[in-house]
Every structure is written in structure tokens, then in C-alpha cells.
Design a protein around this ligand. Structure first.
Ligand SMILES: C[S@@+](CC[C@H](N)C(=O)[O-])C[C@H]1O[C@@H](n2cnc3c(N)ncnc32)[C@H](O)[C@@H]1O
Length: 431
């Protein structure tokens, strides 16, 4: 397909997403089914363009003076398709399968200077969240927003129960794989640029053999900092599909006892196959929502990982549509859930043990404010400063500097660390 046809296709898909509220993946699949002539290269390029348009929705809307599917697709096209603004103008010639020619405002929008735009638009952050976002990142807020509007790499965690970083790196060399900056068991595959193909790492033999998991470096750091290790009693309280459960099991070298719990049976479903593929043998998956069985285990745990439900604001690079769908009511609902997860964790950790509170959010309301409220209500807990948790976990290398400048808790961010946004707080219970 020529660039004009790809832009026209992206407009169609964005209409389904923005006007008919279809989820992005479904809208792209439906388009593919209805246009079977389009090859995988075309589908990949159209997907890249759609995701980029959603990532940069506010800045593109400001530049082109319009928030509609056509403006967003045209505005995102140069970067997403790796072509010049002039090539986009030429591609939209109104011929069959191409969009109608650009208006003067659209042409001007393609090269508009963003320096004049309001900060929230430059940062591509929803206006209602800007006060909170800018308070969190201070003078770096626009740069952090811009980093969140870029494509994300694929981070992998080497499954040390089955392989080594060296072996996985070798297997994935054709994808430009390189070690992650912080995690000693992390590997990063750079995102595609322009219309390049997104690598399908899960189709690789090394993945099928259980040598690695797709897991953001931020998640890996959370597991590494948790203090889970051989022969410990560990609870993954919000285990979901088990991403962190598998990381904890590997850290524990398949020894001790690791319990995986989640309130929701559907979230937990994939964990069983993943455990098998990863050769994990020290996990007991509790029946979803069985609070009585859970309570009966307490307070015995050395470590309770509370990977709490959250708004997911740290994962906007990967789920850009969620950025614009998030509403204040959803934030309030997640905060209530976080309070209850933390209180539950407190009842299960043993004296002298620790809770590791994690979110994939960058909002202080879900992070430092939750921790402060928890510590107020639980006088037998204290915060373990990041450097101390780092040393206690036996981690080498420099302690990452928190994106909010704090030293008691760790905020990881795309702008500063190249990870998704993650918050990690280690809360120790007095012995
Ligand atoms: C961030 S996700 C977990 C992701 C998972 N730990 C991973 O690494 O793949 C949060 C999970 O918390 C679960 N959840 C929500 N409320 C809960 C509660 N009160 N107790 C336990 N789990 C809960 C959700 O079902 C969801 O699976």
C-alpha cells in the first residue's frame, strides 16, 4: 500500500476507536479482516500510525487545530511512517484509497512550533491530570510527558531457572537486543522506528522454551527489590497473570514457598500455563477470591508483594488510548482498592517481614500519598529507604535515582529510566 492508503486506513481505524469506542486491538483486527489484501507490513505500519496518533493526541490536536481521526492520522504520519511532511502532503492527493488533499491549516500544522503550546498539550497529558503530573515531575514534567508519548522498547526478563542473559542475548541478537541498564537479568529490544516491523518475540524458539518473559525493567526492579530469596515465605497478593510471581520464583531459586493470590479468577487464568513453561515449582496458586484461605496463612510471610490495582498511568506508552479514557472516578476507585490491598497485606506479613507496595502509576495519589496514609494507620511499619532495600537485596551497581527526587521510595519513569512508570515502596514491620 502507498503512504496515502496507509493514512486513509489509519483514519478509518481511528474513527472506530474515537467515535465508536472500539478497543484499539479490536479495531485494528477488524480492519485487517475487512481488508485481506493488506500484507503484514501494511498492517504493521497502520498499527504503528494509529498508536502514535493516540500517544500524541493532545499535541497533534493543538498543532492541527482539530482532535478528529483525520487530523491525528495526518499529524502523526511523518514520524510514524518515517516520511517527510512534504511526502505526507503529496500522499494525500484525493486519488482512490488516499485521503482528500490537506487544508491550509493541516499543512501548517505539520510543521507548527510546539514551543507556543500549553504545557499539558506539549506533554500530551490530559488537562485534568496536569496539576498532579506536573507536581510529581516538577521542571521535568514536559520532558516526562514527551517520553511517555514515544514508542516503548520490549523489555525481557531472563528466566534464570532455564537460561542465562548471555544465551538469550545471543538468541535475540538479530533484534538488536542489549542488556537493560539496571536489571542484571534484563534485556531490551528497541522499538521499531517509522514503519519498521514490530518484532514478534513470543514466536521465537527461546520464548517457547521458557528462556525469557516479556517484562518491563520496572517490574523486574520491583521483584529484585522485594527481598524475596531462597527458602523464604513469600506472598504475591495481586498476582494477576503471574508476571511478578515468575520473577519471584526465579529469585527464590524454586525453593521456599511462594503463594499467588488474586481477587479475580479471570486475571489469574494464564498463570498456570506460564508456571509450567517457566519450570517454576515452588508456587501454590490460591483459589481466586478465597479470602478465608488467604487469612488462614497470616501472619507468616517474610515478604508480601502488593502489586496493587492502579490506573496504569505508567504504561501509557503501551496503552495510549487508556491515557485519554481515564476519569477521576476510576482514579478514586483504584485508590480505595489500594487502601484495602495494603491493609490486607499488613495482616499477612510477619513481624520483621516486609510489604513491597508497587504500582504501575506515576500519580502521587496512588503512590506516596497511599504510603503516607498507610504508615499513619499502621504504627508498627516503617519505610525502608531505597538504598537500604537495594543493599539488602544484594543488588550491585548504582541505586536508581527516584524520578520525584525522594530517597525513601522509588519512582521509575520513561523519561529518567527508560522503563514504564513504576512506584516501589518497601514497608518493614517491626520485629
Ligand atoms: C497490577 S495487576 C497485577 C499484575 C501482576 N502482578 C503481574 O505482574 O502480572 C493488579 C491485580 O490486582 C488484582 N486485585 C484487585 N483487587 C484486589 C484485591 N483486593 N485483592 C487481591 N487482588 C486484587 C486485580 O485482579 C489485578 O489482577
Amino acid at each position: 500500500m502507498r503512504p496515502g492508503a496507509r493514512i486513509a486506513a489509519a483514519i478509518e481505524v481511528l474513527e472506530a476507536i474515537l467515535n465508536r469506542y472500539q478497543p484499539v486491538a479490536m479495531a485494528l483486527t477488524d480492519w485487517g479482516k475487512a481488508h485481506r489484501f493488506a500484507g503484514s507490513g501494511d498492517r504493521n505500519a497502520i498499527g504503528g500510525l494509529v498508536y502514535d496518533a493516540l500517544r500524541r493526541r493532545a499535541s497533534l490536536a493543538w498543532a492541527l487545530g482539530d482532535d478528529g481521526p483525520r487530523a491525528l492520522a495526518i499529524g502523526a504520519a511523518p514520524q510514524a511512517l518515517g516520511i517527510s511532511a512534504e511526502a505526507v502532503i503529496a500522499a494525500c492527493d484525493g486519488a482512490e484509497h488516499s485521503p482528500p488533499p490537506l487544508s491550509d491549516a493541516e499543512r501548517a500544522g505539520l510543521t507548527r512550533d510546539m514551543a507556543e503550546a500549553p504545557d499539558a498539550a506539549r506533554a500530551d497529558i490530559p488537562e485534568w491530570l496536569w496539576p498532579s503530573f506536573s507536581a510529581q515531575f516538577g521542571g521535568n514534567a514536559v520532558a516526562e510527558g514527551e517520553a511517555m508519548a514515544r514508542r516503548a522498547p520490549a523489555d525481557l526478563r531472563v528466566n534464570t531457572l532455564k537460561s542465562t542473559q548471555e544465551k538469550v542475548l545471543k538468541a535475540l541478537l538479530p533484534f538488536g537486543a542489549a542488556p537493560c541498564p539496571v536489571s542484571p537479568i534484563g534485556i531490551r529490544v528497541p522499538p521499531p522506528s517509522g514503519a519498521q516491523r514490530t518484532p514478534n518475540l513470543q514466536a521465537e524458539a527461546a520464548f517457547q522454551a521458557g528462556w525469557f518473559e516479556i517484562q518491563d525493567e520496572g517490574s523486574q526492579i520491583a521483584a529484585l527489590l522485594s527481598g524475596a530469596g531462597p527458602r523464604k515465605q513469600v506472598l504475591d497478593l495481586c498476582a494477576g497473570a503471574g508476571g511478578k510471581t515468575l520473577a519471584l520464583a526465579a529469585l527464590m531459586q524454586n525453593t521456599g514457598q511462594l503463594y499467588a493470590y488474586d481477587a479475580d479468577r479471570n486475571q489469574l487464568k494464564p498463570i498456570f500455563d506460564r508456571i509450567k513453561r517457566a519450570n517454576v515449582r515452588n508456587v501454590q496458586v490460591l483459589r481466586a477470591g478465597d479470602e478465608t484461605a488467604l487469612a488462614a496463612l497470616g501472619p507468616r510471610f517474610d515478604v508480601v508483594l502488593a502489586d496493587a490495582p492502579c490506573t496504569g498511568t505508567g504504561t501509557w506508552r503501551r496503552r495510549p488510548d487508556a491515557k485519554w479514557r481515564l476519569k477521576p472516578e476510576a482514579l478514586a476507585a483504584r485508590q480505595a482498592e489500594q487502601r484495602s490491598v495494603l491493609a490486607r497485606a499488613a495482616s499477612l506479613v510477619k513481624p520483621g517481614g516486609q510489604i513491597v507496595y508497587v504500582t504501575c502509576s506515576i500519580l502521587p495519589e496512588e503512590n506516596v500519598e497511599q504510603v503516607a496514609a498507610f504508615l499513619d494507620a499502621h504504627r508498627d511499619f516503617r519505610i525502608v529507604p531505597t538504598a537500604d532495600a537495594w543493599a539488602a537485596a544484594g543488588l550491585a551497581g548504582e541505586v536508581p535515582v527516584s524520578a520525584d527526587g525522594r530517597s525513601d521510595t522509588l519512582l521509575l519513569s520513561p523519561g529518567r529510566h527508560g522503563t514504564d512508570g513504576f512506584f516501589i515502596a518497601v514497608l518493614a514491620r517491626s520485629a
